[in-house]
Design a protein. Structure first.
Length: 468
C-alpha cells in the first residue's frame, strides 16, 4: 500500500522526534480521533495511551508494511542523522554556527549543488539539490528561522538589517581539510527571506575527461580537437547540463607550463593552479567581450569564455580564433548542430563560422539508478520499440530506498553528442544547410538520445529519465 500525500497541518501534529519514536505517521483527523499509519504486526497499545494523554486525541492505527513507514518517515520527518553530533541540532540553531557548518559539510559530502532555506506560512524547511532534483532534508522550527538567516548573513557579510531587497554574498568554507566558496543569495518573500547557498566546488576526481561520460570514439575526437593550435570549440546545452565541468576538465588536461591560459567566468566555480581566471563583473564594465579584448593583449595561447551570450561576444570569439588562438566557450542550444544556427542568429556570417569552428559538443546530465534498490522490469511492447534491437526482454526501473533519499537515483553521468567539423561539414555551414543528419549517421555520430538509450540498455538509468 502506498501512502497518498498528507496535509501539512496533519504532519505537524507530531514533531520529528515523536514520529520516529512512535513509528507512527498521522494522516487525518475526525473530531478527537487521529488516524495514523502504523507498522503491521506491532503492538501500539501503550503508545496510543501516551499520545491520548499528551494530545487528547484517540488513536486509530492503520497497519501497513514497515518499509512504507520507514520511507514516509524519511519523507515527512527528516532525521538529523548526519548532524547528530550536535544533539538536537534543529532545535538549537541559535546556539551558534556549528549547525550551519555541519549543514554545508553534509551537503559537500552528499554532492549537493545548492541548499535552499525557505519559510512558508506554516513551516520552514531546508532542501538539498541532489542530482538536479530538490529533496527536503530538514524542517526548522519557525522561532529559530530568523536566527539561522542572520547567521548566514553575518558570515557572508550581508546587511542583516536589510530585509526588503535581495542581497548576494559569499562564505569561505574551511573545515576538516575541505576548502571552497559558498555563494549566498537572499530573496525577500511574503513570509520571510529565502536563502540559497550554492556550493562552488567540484570534487577533484570528477575533473578528468575519461570520467565524464564520453565513449571511446567521442573521447578520441574531442582530444584531437582540443589539441589543435587554434579554432573555436563550443559546448552546448541548457543550464545545469554540466558544461562548466567539461570545460574545467578540458583546461586541466591542457594546463601546461609552456601555455598561457586565460578564462573569464561567471562565476569562477573551481580554481585551477597555473590558469589565470577572471571573475565577470558587469556592473563595472568587465563583460565577456571587454575581457576578451584585454586577453588578446596578454599574449594568450588558450582562452575560455564562460558563455557566448550576445553578438559582441560572439564576434570577439570568432575574431580571436581567426588570429591564432584556441577558444573554448559554452552556448545555450539543445543540439550540437544548433549552435551554428544560434551563431548565425546572432549575426555571425556563416563563412566565418565555417573557417573557425573546430568542434561542437552537446551534453546532458542523466541520473543514475541507485545500485542498492534498482529493479528489473519486464519490457512491454512499447518499451521494446524504444530500445535498439527491439529484442530486449527487461529493463531497470527506479524504486527508492533510504540510501538514495527514496528517489531511486544516485549520482549523474554526462551523455554527449560530439561533432568534429571537417571540410564537408564546413561547406554545409557556408551553404546554410541545417539538415545534416545523413552525414552525421555516416560518420557514426551518436546523438544524445542514442547515448541515453545505451545507458538504459546497460542498466545505468531508466527509460523515464531519458524521456524527460
Amino acid at each position: 500500500m502506498s501512502i497518498e500525500k498528507i496535509p501539512t497541518e496533519i504532519i505537524q501534529l507530531f514533531s520529528s522526534k515523536q514520529a520516529w519514536e512512535y513509528q507512527l505517521i498521522p494522516y487525518k483527523t475526525e473530531g478527537n480521533t487521529l488516524f495514523c499509519y502504523a507498522i503491521e504486526g506491532k503492538d501500539y497499545t501503550e503508545t496510543s495511551i501516551e499520545i491520548e494523554v499528551l494530545s487528547g486525541y484517540r488513536i486509530i492505527c492503520n497497519a501497513i508494511a514497515e518499509q512504507e513507514i520507514s520511507k514516509n518517515l524519511q519523507l515527512y520527518y527528516r532525521k538529523t542523522n548526519v548532524l547528530k553530533k550536535s544533539g538536537n541540532a534543529i532545535d538549537n540553531i541559535t546556539a551558534g554556527q556549528d549547525f550551519l557548518m555541519q549543514l554545508i559539510e553534509e551537503a559537500f559530502d552528499c554532492y549537493v549543488s545548492d541548499i535552499h532555506i525557505e519559510c512558508y506560512d506554516e513551516r520552514c524547511r531546508i532542501r538539498f539539490r541532489i542530482d538536479g532534483k530538490l529533496i527536503e532534508r530538514y524542517v526548522v522550527e519557525r522561532r529559530n528561522y530568523a536566527s539561522l538567516i542572520n547567521q548566514i548573513k553575518i558570515l557572508s557579510r550581508l546587511d542583516i538589517s536589510e530585509k526588503r531587497l535581495p542581497q548576494d554574498g559569499r562564505i569561505l568554507f574551511n573545515r576538516h581539510e575541505k576548502k571552497f566558496d559558498v555563494r549566498v543569495s537572499s530573496l525577500p518573500t511574503i513570509y520571510g527571506e529565502k536563502i540559497v547557498l550554492r556550493l562552488l566546488t567540484r570534487h577533484v576526481e570528477l575533473l578528468e575527461l575519461v570520467r565524464l561520460g564520453f565513449n571511446e570514439k567521442q573521447l578520441n575526437d574531442y582530444e584531437n580537437a582540443i589539441s589543435k593550435p587554434y579554432g573555436l570549440i563550443l559546448i552546448c546545452g541548457p543550464t545545469g547540463s554540466g558544461k562548466s565541468t567539461t570545460l574545467y576538465a578540458t583546461l586541466r588536461k591542457l594546463n601546461k607550463e609552456c601555455d598561457n591560459i586565460l578564462t573569464i567566468e561567471d562565476p569562477v566555480e573551481y580554481t585551477l593552479e597555473g590558469i589565470n581566471q577572471v571573475q565577470l563583473k558587469e556592473e563595472i564594465g568587465l563583460t565577456f567581450a571587454s575581457a576578451l579584448r584585454t586577453f588578446l593583449r596578454q599574449d594568450p595561447d588558450i582562452i575560455m569564455l564562460g558563455e557566448i551570450r550576445d553578438q559582441e561576444t560572439a564576434q570577439m570569439a570568432i575574431r580571436s580564433s581567426l588570429t591564432g588562438h584556441l577558444i573554448f566557450s559554452t552556448i545555450h542550444t539543445n543540439t550540437a548542430w544548433g549552435s551554428i544556427t544560434r551563431l548565425i542568429d546572432m549575426g555571425i556570417p556563416s563563412y566565418f563560422i565555417a573557417n573557425t569552428l573546430v568542434m561542437c559538443v552537446a551534453q546532458r546530465l542523466v541520473r543514475l539508478l541507485c545500485p542498492h534498490c534498482k529493479q528489473k522490469a519486464a519490457a512491454t511492447s512499447d518499451v521494446k520499440k524504444m530500445l535498439p534491437g527491439n529484442n530486449n526482454e527487461y529493463h531497470y526501473v527506479a524504486t527508492g530506498c533510504e540510501k538514495c533519499y527514496y528517489t531511486g537515483y544516485s549520482g549523474r553521468k554526462a551523455i554527449y553528442e560530439v561533432i568534429p567539423i571537417d571540410n564537408e561539414l564546413a561547406q554545409k555551414i557556408r551553404e546554410g544547410e541545417q539538415d545534416v543528419d545523413a552525414i552525421l549517421r555516416n560518420r557514426n555520430i551518436i546523438t544524445l538520445h542514442q547515448a541515453g538509450l545505451d545507458m538504459v540498455l546497460a542498466g545505468e538509468t531508466s527509460i523515464e529519465e531519458i524521456s524527460i
